[in-house]
Design a protein around this ligand. Structure first.
Ligand code: ADP
Length: 489
């Protein structure tokens, strides 16, 4: 096609205006590396105006040490007719250094002859800075993770491991390569697997950090106890994208606990037999001394018997504790009138604790199917605590209430109350509120009570404010009355 001079000029102007409006710096040079064109973005990028740059050597915008290599590159591009892309560092007029992404392409004239090279450049200094910062933070993160004395891992939403540190590998006796891609459930012992899946499901659905103790299976088949804490990782829209977990080997602590439990079980069992005889002899003695003239002697034997009863209660608590911990608590359920049973229990306490004013609000609960003796123990523990922790006396309210789920029993006092920080722990084994207690105790009563209620499939909880009293509430699930009334479990 033949174009006249006016058309050619118009095309050139059109092209020049496009190049000028480009966001990228566009610089062209001839085959001697003399700059022939320089757009507005080039002026912004390098700091030189078009009149400063056009006619000058390309070395104007290149570091001295890079010039030789650059001339070679331009020569190669022009001769081989290729487009090449680089990332490089170039100086600004003011001396600051910039990271640039550069594309060199050959420039042809209207006869299709290569007459120079064009250089399109984009400033990627900020991108590079962010990349470097990310890389540094990644390196730092990996160093921390790998040096940690606890096992750290990351999983995807299905529970597949995407990152493991050295300690996790040591703990599970696998190599990192063998662990990546495997599911965390593959290492959880079957007995703990159900709980693990439940916990994981809660976290994936946006739940809070979860802490648990579980057993893991190592590559060699041996089992270790670990305490595990798992947290959800969220993206900018608060969607869970992965989980991070920390595991700590607690096998030694667990073994020690087990040995301690065994010792407590054996010791309390051994103490129980002579103690039962001692109680029996004490009762006979008290009976015989009823007719004695000596009030001192009668008083002494009475005190002796009360102390023996206390000792018996403590040993019974220790025995119950080991049974609950081992999951060996046997329930002997029977049908009984819950309100009648509570009324009897309250009556006994009314006689022994003159300072407290007992109120019982019997709800419409009817008959309950539970282990009467053990429920009696729960009531005893809760009411004994009211007496211990409401030293000034006050009102003690027991109430029963039936809902669709089951029977609920509450014990409300006006005592010293429990601080919020302790509320989550009062049902833990051996837990006692620090400092506030002047009364003796082992910190087992509520642990045992919770164990008894949970074995019945019920729940126990407490609401309390320091100085304002406490409300302990437990529930027993409803059982359909057709169950054999003499049945045991
Ligand atoms: P113990 O009474 O032997 O210490 P428990 O397991 O029965 O053990 O109770 C644990 C702790 O909970 C107690 O040490 C006490 O600090 C606190 N506590 C329990 N019941 C009450 C209550 N009704 N009022 C205030 N504090 C209580």
């Amino acid at each position: 096609m033949i174009q006249n001079t006016v058309e050619v000029h118009t095309d050139r102007d059109f092209l020049a205006s496009i190049v000028d409006s480009s966001q990228d710096s566009v610089v062209t040079m001839d085959l001697n590396s003399i700059i022939t064109s320089w757009n507005k973005a080039a002026q912004d990028l390098y700091g030189y105006s078009a009149s400063d740059a056009i006619g000058k050597s390309l070395s104007l915008i290149v570091l001295p040490e890079d010039i030789r290599q650059l001339f070679k590159d331009i020569d190669r591009i022009a001769h081989n007719n290729v487009v090449e892309r680089f990332e490089t560092v170039r100086p600004h007029k003011d001396g600051t250094m910039m990271n640039l992404e550069i594309v060199f392409s050959p420039v042809r004239n209207s006869f299709n002859r290569i007459i120079g090279v064009s250089c399109v450049a984009r400033n990627i200094t900020e991108r590079k800075r962010i990349q470097k910062a990310l890389q540094e933070s990644e390196t730092r993160f990996r160093a921390i993770v790998n040096q940690a004395s606890v096992g750290i891992f990351q999983t995807d939403l299905e529970g597949k491991l995407t990152l493991v540190n050295e300690r996790t590998c040591d703990l599970l006796a696998y190599k990192p390569k063998e662990l990546i891609g495997k599911s965390i459930f593959d290492f959880t012992l079957a007995q703990d697997s159900h709980l693990q899946r439940q916990i994981f499901g809660t976290i994936i659905n946006g739940g809070k950090r979860f802490e648990t103790e579980k057993r893991v299976l190592r590559k060699d088949g041996s089992v270790r106890w670990v305490s595990e804490s798992v947290t959800a990782i969220l993206d900018e829209h608060n969607t869970v994208i992965s989980t991070i977990g920390v595991i700590l080997d607690i096998t030694d602590r667990k073994e020690l606990e087990h040995r301690k439990d065994e010792f407590i079980a054996v010791a309390s069992h051994e103490i129980k037999t002579p103690l039962t005889s001692l109680t029996g002899y004490g009762q006979i003695l008290e009976e015989k001394l009823k007719k004695s003239e000596s009030a001192d002697l009668r008083n002494l034997v009475h005190k002796l018997n009360r102390q023996t009863e206390k000792l018996q209660r403590l040993t019974a608590h220790l025995l119950d504790t080991t049974r609950i911990t081992e999951g060996a608590l046997m329930l002997h359920r029977e049908w009984f009138d819950l309100n009648g049973f509570i009324a009897e229990t309250v009556e006994q306490f009314r006689e022994s604790s003159a300072k407290h004013q007992f109120v019982f609000r019997a709800g419409n609960v009817g008959k309950t199917y539970a282990d009467k003796m053990l429920i009696g123990e729960v009531l005893n523990n809760l009411i004994t605590n009211v007496i211990k922790y409401s030293p000034e006396g006050g009102k003690v309210t027991l109430a029963t209430h039936r809902t669709a789920e089951g029977d609920s029993i509450s014990v409300t006092d006006e005592g010293i109350g429990i601080a919020e920080t302790s509320l989550n722990h009062v049902f833990d084994r051996f837990f006692r509120v620090e400092g506030g207690n002047r009364v003796s105790g082992l910190g087992l009563g509520l642990y045992i009570s919770a164990g008894i209620i949970r074995s019945h499939g019920g729940q126990i909880n407490v609401k309390s404010k320091i100085g304002q009293g406490s409300v302990f509430n437990f529930s027993l699930p409803l059982v359909i009355q057709s169950v054999d009334e003499s049945g045991t479990n």
